[in-house]
Design a binder for this molecule. Structure first.
Ligand code: NDP
Length: 289
């Protein structure tokens, strides 16, 4: 194996130490950073994500409020809760864990969150601000990827970057952040012809596909940086139940110059950027007082 490992746990520990100092400083100014988390239904993966987010908040000195609703919850009751949290000056960030059950209009729920409390960065106004290069809450996963690249000293300006995936929460904002940082970006998806032809000439490959070990060593240029956003649970065979990414770590790490592992790569960085956005939201409130 030749690739340098981009350790998201180590970088997160370093960043969260600083964020805890920031949270303490804000509390000393009379503003206790506070994140409200809404979880609807009992999806096991969502429950784990919410538990991890709440635990990370507590550890960093961010107060967290958790609101759990059953799978058959009335969307109106969740919207009422969001309105109450929007109006509560002690709450700085609001996160609704996705996906939501079928009876919900996900877009309407995300748009109901006050822009200044939208620490997930999914509100259309934050998305628009991001695309115009204005100050905004950046979506946590792509923001975490940018921090990883930056801290590893991987040059983005002028680089050829390929993002595999065009979802609103990962692929599209990832492409915008890379573009804003000066990369030449190609976005690939399920309709892309000859995906490997694109990835093979990329200096940076970001995989956000949702398919286990999809990117293999023969698809990667020697020395490229490969960031694995995927979180997949292997269904069958001897490895059943194990987590793996969208990148085939064994073959890609033999070719790439740098690679992020799963677990321990982008996952912890996503939570770290959520903490950062919540503290930033609280700082804006403190600065206005
Ligand atoms: P989505 O399912 O919303 O999007 C997947 C994207 O991959 C789509 O744009 C789809 O294309 C594309 N795609 C699917 N098959 C292919 C293919 N054969 N060739 C090329 N492109 C393909 O997933 P998300 O963006 O929400 O998540 C992606 C992965 O990242 C998942 O594993 C998810 O669990 C993980 N994730 C991890 C996070 C973290 O904190 N580390 C946070 C969020 C997600 P099309 O649009 O044409 O259908």
């Amino acid at each position: 194996m030749s690739a340098r490992i981009l350790d998201g746990n180590a970088l997160s520990a370093q960043l969260r130490g600083r964020l805890a100092d920031d949270a303490a400083a804000l509390a000393a100014r009379g503003v206790q950073p506070c994140l409200a988390v809404i979880l609807v239904g009992g999806d096991p993966a969502s429950s784990v994500y919410v538990r991890n987010k709440v635990a990370a908040c507590e550890k960093a000195g961010i107060k967290s409020l958790r609101f759990d609703y059953p799978q058959d919850a009335d969307p109106a009751s969740v919207l009422e809760r969001i309105a109450a949290l929007n109006a509560d000056p002690a709450v700085h960030g609001i996160l609704v864990q996705l996906p939501l059950p079928r009876q919900f209009n996900e877009k309407a729920v995300l748009e109901a969150i006050a822009v200044g409390k939208d620490v997930d960065g999914f509100h259309a106004e934050n998305v628009g601000r991001l695309s115009q290069g204005q100050e905004a809450f950046f979506p946590c996963t792509p923001h975490g990827v940018m921090k990883m690249l930056e801290s590893a000293g991987i040059a983005v300006k002028g680089a050829d970057a390929v993002v595999i995936g065009r979802s609103n929460i990962v692929g599209k904002p990832m492409a915008v952040l890379l573009t804003n940082a000066g990369a030449t970006v190609t976005v690939c998806h399920s309709q892309t012809r000859d995906l490997a032809a694109h990835t093979r000439r990329a200096d940076i490959v970001i995989a956000a596909v949702g398919r286990p070990r999809f990117v293999t060593g023969d698809m990667v240029k020697p020395g490229a940086a490969v960031i694995d956003v995927g979180i997949n649970r292997i269904q069958d065979g001897p490895e059943a139940g194990k987590l793996c990414g969208d990148v085939d770590f064994a073959s890609v790490s033999a070719v790439a110059g740098a690679i992020s592992p799963v677990p321990g790569g982008v996952g912890p960085m996503t939570i770290t950027m959520l903490l950062a956005n919540t503290i930033e939201a609280a700082r804006r409130v403190a600065d206005k007082r």
